[in-house]
Design a protein around this ligand. Structure first.
Ligand SMILES: [Zn+2]
Length: 421
């Protein structure tokens, strides 16, 4: 709905702009720059006031301010985006390191599991050995029991010699000893295998625990990467939308700026039109018109505190505020009798009236145009009412661009306002 209202206002501005320009032909634009006022300018659809221009300026400035605000928001979002990108890069770096560590741990876990397997196999083999030996031993013990059931005499009689008899006895004892010892050794080997298998299982369990912990860290990193990536996407979306908003506002500001220029131009055309369209006033048989388009009287004729000297004295003319370079026309037809141009073409400089000229209109009436930037007529030249003679400046004793307009009758100043329509 915000965008809609902007679009409506833009369309309105465009339509208004077109309407404004319909009355302006290229010939009138040229006439304006030349400062030559013709009746063709009076083909304007409607009047533009200074308030219209001010309102358009306010709207344009508001659009610019809003564009600046959005731009500040955009800068902050861009900062956030950079931070999130850095964070994501860090997380990815950490994740890569953790993954590398995990690979090592996984390798160690695999080795531990293999060692556990080998230890278990050794333990099983030792157990089997022991059982086999115990069986053999049991068999032999049975055989010996049979042997031992015979009397020493029977052993003696069955022996082929006395030496053989002792040998047989020794053999019986030795076999029993050897078997006992072998069984002891096997028992030791089996106990050892049991210990190793237990240790290998503990080691494998420990490695599994470490691997699980590392996996949990990896999972946590993955989760944070997911959260950061989502935040980045959100910021990117906001940036895109803020950029669009800023561009729209800038476009609106540009269009409003064009509207300000159109209105200002229209206003200037109207002001120019006032030279002739503003009418004339006949005093002492002489027809007068306003010497500038502006009607902004910043200081009237009469006694006042002088703005520069601070002394109360007669202000011999009427000050009409206007911008630098505004056209000054002859207030009435006559002959230029004096041109004083100490600082030609300059906005400021000089003293007193600065650049000024005087026109004689007959019947003892003269007009004076002071503080000019430049003067386009020369002494002795005939001028007609409404003809461009000079440009507004602030030369001489002046605090800003204005025309000091004087009317004298037989050499004495009079209130010029009474001579203008
Ligand atoms: Zn003045």
């Amino acid at each position: 709905m915000k965008v809609n209202s902007i679009v409506k206002r833009i369309s309105a501005a465009v339509i208004t702009g077109c309407m404004l320009l319909t009355g302006l032909t290229s010939s009138t634009s040229a006439a304006l720059t030349d400062g030559m006022i013709t009746d063709s300018i009076i083909s304007i659809k409607y009047k533009v006031s200074q308030e219209d221009i001010n309102r358009a300026k306010q709207e344009r400035d508001a659009a610019r301010r809003r564009a600046n605000e959005v731009n500040s928001r955009l800068n902050s979002l861009n900062g956030q985006q950079t931070e999130l990108n850095n964070e994501l890069a860090n997380l990815n770096q950490m994740s890569a390191e953790q993954r590398a560590q995990y690979e090592i741990i996984a390798g160690q876990l695999q080795a531990a599991l293999e060692a556990k397997q080998a230890a278990l196999e050794r333990f099983i083999a030792a157990q089997e050995n022991l059982e086999e030996k115990q069986e053999q031993f049991a068999n032999r013990v049975n055989a010996m029991f049979e042997f031992q059931n015979k009397s020493t005499l029977e052993v003696l009689l069955e022996s082929d010699s006395i030496a053989g008899f002792f040998t047989n006895l020794e053999i019986i004892a030795l076999i029993a000893d050897a078997d006992n010892q072998a069984i002891d050794e096997l028992q030791i080997a089996m106990d050892d295998a049991q210990l190793q298998a237990d240790a290998a299982m503990e080691e494998a369990d420990e490695m599994q625990r470490i691997a699980d912990a590392k996996q949990a860290e990896l999972d946590e990193l993955e989760r944070r990467i997911g959260v950061t990536t989502a935040a980045l996407e959100e910021v990117s979306t906001q940036i895109t939308s803020a950029e669009r908003e800023r561009d729209n506002l800038n476009a609106e500001a540009s269009r409003l700026d064009q509207r300000v220029r159109d209105l200002t131009r229209q206003y200037q055309v109207q002001q120019a039109q006032n030279y002739s369209g503003g009418g004339t006033k006949v005093v002492s048989g002489i027809s007068f018109t306003w010497p500038v388009a502006s009607r902004n009287i910043t200081s009237p004729y009469g006694y006042r505190i002088h703005p520069i000297s601070g002394v109360r004295k007669l202000h011999t003319g009427m000050d009409i505020g206007s911008s630098y370079g505004s056209t000054i026309v002859a207030a009435a037809s006559g002959t230029v009798i004096q041109v004083n141009l100490p600082v030609p073409g300059r906005n400021t400089g000089g003293s007193g009236y600065g650049n000024y000229l005087i026109i004689s209109h007959g019947n003892g009436v003269t007009t004076l145009y002071g503080h000019c930037r430049n003067i386009y007529v020369s002494s002795g030249q005939s001028v007609s009412r409404g003809q461009k003679i000079a440009e507004v400046g602030s030369t001489g004793s002046s605090t800003g661009p204005h025309l000091h307009f004087e009317v004298r009758v037989n050499g004495s100043t009079v209130n010029p306002r009474s001579y203008l329509p």
